[in-house]
Design a binder for this molecule. Structure first.
Ligand code: GLA
Length: 350
């Protein structure tokens, strides 16, 4: 059996999911594949890591490598009283790892889909997303929000996914067919990203607690004066970003692509100047993309490197030109892909 699990890009709504705000990602046509059969234990080989691993299905000790995403899924199933057997298989694909395109959520959901199909687990897609996030938060130890897992579980070909991360209501929003989405991988994988992410997640949670709120959606600008200067700056960004997600959703619905592009740009510079998660290389890309005709561009995912996106009506040779200029300026090797909105995790028929 072969499972096909997409990556994701976030179109807009960055660093809003851990305060239960709005996000609008889409699943993309770059995939993780898991091909295998039922087995007593878990025996897997990852082609990307050129590394095999095995464990017994009731062993929940962390290994501190990619296998923890697989173990985390077993942990999450076990916690909820589901029982599944093992897997004998291999993992491969064209979704870059560690580039801010959710390769971890993609792997988690590939494993969960495989177990669901092989061991007849009755799981709804939304439950699968919740369980994969649980694996990441409580087994792997990354305090992420639910955006990535929802995008990978619930993506739909041709559509972006608007999510209210407080109640997990979602809506598929048609994505213009002729709009080209360029993903630019800066080639930077910074360790700093994890600690800086955690620091922001804690700061925002504390600020919300001080205001007696459980979601950033319910905070108004004039309540911010009860907070200290850094909290005002950071939560102020989140409030503006929540607003932009709603505007961006409406812009897509109305096919107002120019406005959509402007919102992306506004979001990037707010992330860069106020939320402090950009870097020189990401800012360089955004400026170059606009110079070469993009309607909008921004970093995507946690930031500090990883990937950025740009949307174009006409692409010409923009990807290649920007890559060349970037590599002339910085020592990193960039990669780029043009992607389309894809279906979520599924059984592969080919
Ligand atoms: C990472 C996390 C997501 C989200 C983004 C920032 O991708 O996994 O939950 O918080 O960062 O928007």
């Amino acid at each position: 059996m072969k499972i096909c699990s997409p990556g994701r890009v976030n179109l807009i709504g960055e660093h809003t999911d851990y305060s239960f705000g709005y996000v609008m990602p889409m699943a993309i046509d770059l995939y993780t594949y898991l091909e295998g059969t039922k087995n007593r234990d878990v025996v897997l080989y990852s082609e990307n890591f050129e590394m095999g691993g095995k464990f017994k299905i009731d062993s929940f000790e962390k290994e501190n490598n990619w296998l923890d995403y697989v173990k985390g899924i077993y942990y999450s199933l076990y916690k909820r009283g589901y029982r599944a057997g093992g897997i004998y298989g291999r993992i491969y694909g064209n979704l870059p790892i560690g580039s801010g395109l959710s390769s971890s959520a993609s792997l988690e959901l590939a494993v969960l889909e495989f177990l669901k199909e092989n061991y007849t687990l009755h799981l709804k897609r939304i439950e699968m997303a919740i369980m994969a996030r649980d694996a990441e938060n409580n087994f792997v130890g990354m305090p992420c929000g639910i955006m990535d897992q929802m995008a990978v579980a619930l993506g739909k070909k041709g559509y972006a996914l608007f999510i209210d991360t407080e109640n997990l209501n979602y809506e598929h929003i048609p994505f213009p067919k002729d709009l080209n989405v360029l993903i630019f991988d800066t080639g930077i994988h910074r360790e700093l990203a994890n600690s800086a992410y955690e620091e922001r997640q804690q700061l925002i949670s504390l600020a919300l607690k001080k205001l007696g709120k459980c979601t950033s959606k319910n905070v108004s600008e004039n309540e911010l004066n009860k907070l200290n200067a850094r909290e005002i700056k950071m939560l102020g960004y989140v409030l503006r970003e929540n607003r932009r997600v709603l505007d961006a959703r409406d812009a897509l619905k109305n096919e107002n692509i120019e406005f959509f592009g402007n919102l992306l740009l506004e979001a990037h510079w707010d992330l860069s100047n106020n939320y402090g998660v950009s870097c020189e290389e990401l800012d360089f890309f955004v400026n170059k993309a606009v110079q070469h005709g993009a309607l909008g561009a921004r970093l995507t995912g946690a930031g500090f490197g990883g990937s950025a996106i740009a949307i174009f009506e006409n692409i010409d040779n923009a990807g290649e030109i920007i890559k060349r200029e970037y590599e002339k300026r910085f020592m990193y090797q960039a990669r780029y892909h043009f992607v389309k909105p894809s279906d979520g995790v599924r059984l592969c028929m080919d």
